[in-house]
Design a protein around this ligand. Structure first.
Ligand code: NI
Length: 165
């Protein structure tokens, strides 16, 4: 269910769909690790996931972690497609494997507007997670998705890309 917020003005009533704010650096909440999601998923989780996907698209992001909109749940979403029509949901994700070979690249973050950071990361990672249908998944991510996965995993562990030096 979508939440609408309405308020009266002099001449009429204005309504806007509730959109959670992105938690921004240096808010300490971003440095607090998230907590494992208690399964099975409930309605609150589904609402959170929907809000996360919407917040990611509204802010032109390609990934978003739950603590970036104020939730402590260990969930992130990602969509690296050009069409922005393939949101993927990662619940209780864990990196199981990573490449020895690393690459440095520039990263931005919705929580750190106007800042870019050079971050060195393994070129691929093997990730285990629970999908939005409650099923266990495992996949190896390469290239941009590998970088996004690791950036979002950092968020879930209370770490920001701008803190790499
Ligand atoms: Ni970020």
């Amino acid at each position: 269910m979508d939440l609408w917020i309405c308020w009266p003005t002099n001449s009429n009533v204005i309504c806007n769909k509730f959109m959670p704010d992105i938690v921004k650096y240096p808010d300490k909440f971003l440095y607090k690790p998230t907590e494992e999601v208690w399964l099975p998923l409930n309605e609150d989780h589904r609402t959170l996931i929907k809000d996360m996907i919407e917040a990611m698209y509204t802010n032109n992001g390609i990934g978003l972690a739950a603590n970036q909109i104020g939730s402590f749940e260990k969930i992130f979403v990602m969509d690296v497609s050009n069409e922005k029509n393939n949101p993927q949901v990662f619940i209780n994700p864990t990196i199981k494997k990573e490449a020895k070979e690393k690459l440095t690249d520039e990263e931005g973050c919705l929580s750190c507007p106007g800042k870019l950071a050079n971050v060195i990361r393994p070129i691929y990672v093997g990730l285990e997670w629970i999908c939005q249908h409650g099923k266990a998944q495992y996949k190896t991510f390469y290239h941009l998705p590998a970088r996004v996965v690791q950036h979002e995993m950092d968020h879930l562990n209370g770490k920001l890309c701008i803190d790499y030096v």
